[in-house]
Ligand binder design. Structure first.
Ligand code: SF4
Length: 319
């Protein structure tokens, strides 16, 4: 019997024995089996700044778990050996971790935060739906690092158990999105970002710029305007791609390009725009530096979300 997976907009139609485009879901005798249920290939403790999340418990360490597969197939993916394991000769080793084991590992390391990251976590929806409520009950905050390419219904079912999301906006129109990821995901991802915001989730947005694809300053300005139409306080992280995987031979963007963004970003109607050159959080009211960072490490940290200079509340900062 052929099945249709309704988790993400790819809507894979799977005959018996076929695996979905994400490599994580398979039709086995008429049942859609989540192949990576409770299975992970990467477990590490990272600074939360590495997700990147700069406004969600800055300076904290976060237990980070990743599995295999992705419903995008990005040509510049830095984690392609786990996100597109069918393309790699080195098969990642998967091991099982129960929710209880994850909670114990977090608590043993004095961690109050757990992230599902490295590959696309939403394709492990059954794991998330089972594990996240248990993590929440253990007083652990949950983070997804995600492309947010998912249908509305499963996203709405999941959101009550998620505290924060680091979300990729990979490009700024459908054509570029499709070129980079093989999915016409632009409007879907934008709608899902709005949904997360409307459901009061902490969100930070991430855009990785690739030569000749999504490197137009005008598009960055338009995107800044769109983010600001949701909330001017949503942080936006902008980085430059590293030539790798299918884009190993693509010319990198000039390092000057990041200077250009730094020179232009005062035109963006946003309180917090971060690049590699400037990772400091400034008070949006008095412009004083509140949190400084270098290479994902926090050097100087605000102890509350009240600005120590102007005494006004610093919006969108959970400390
Ligand atoms: S989650 Fe995977 S199997 Fe399901 S529709 Fe998306 S790519 Fe296909």
């Amino acid at each position: 019997m052929t099945l249709t997976c309704t988790l993400c907009p790819r809507k894979c139609s799977l005959a018996n024995g076929e695996t979905g485009s994400c490599q994580a879901r398979k039709n086995i005798n008429g049942k859609l089996i989540p192949l990576t249920y409770g299975k992970f290939c990467s477990v590490a403790i990272d600074p939360i700044e590495k997700k990147p999340l700069y406004h969600f418990y800055p300076g904290s360490r976060i237990l980070s778990l990743g599995s295999i597969g992705c419903n995008f197939h990005c040509k510049h993916c830095q984690n392609w050996e786990i996100s597109q394991p069918h393309r790699s000769s080195r098969k990642p080793f998967l091991h099982e971790n129960t929710a209880e084991e994850i909670i114990n590992k977090a608590l043993q390391n004095n961690l109050k935060l757990v992230a599902f990251t490295y590959n696309e976590p939403l394709i492990q929806i059954e794991t998330l739906m089972d594990y996240l409520p248990k993590l929440k009950k253990a007083n652990i905050k949950t983070v997804l690092v995600t492309n947010l390419y998912i249908n509305k219904e499963p996203l709405l079912n999941l959101l009550p158990y998620v505290d924060a999301l680091s979300i990729d906006i990979k490009a700024f129109n459908e054509k570029s999105y499709s070129t980079l990821t093989t999915a016409n995901a632009y409007s879907i991802v934008k709608d899902n970002i709005i949904l997360c915001h409307e459901n009061n989730k902490h969100i930070e947005l991430v855009s990785n710029l690739v030569t000749d694809i999504n490197d137009k300053i005008d598009e960055l300005k338009q995107t800044a305007n769109w983010i600001s139409s949701i909330s001017a306080n949503i942080p936006w992280h902008i980085s430059l791609f590293y030539p790798t995987f299918e884009y190993s031979n693509k010319a990198p963007l000039s390092p000057d390009f990041i200077n250009k963004i730094e020179e232009t970003k005062h035109l963006f109607p946003l309180s917090y725009v971060y690049t590699r050159l400037n990772q400091t959080t400034y008070c949006p009211h008095c412009k004083q530096a509140l949190i400084s960072r270098r290479n994902f490490e926090v050097i100087n940290i605000a102890s509350s979300n009240t600005c120590s200079y102007c005494k006004k509340e610093v919006p969108y900062l959970h400390v």
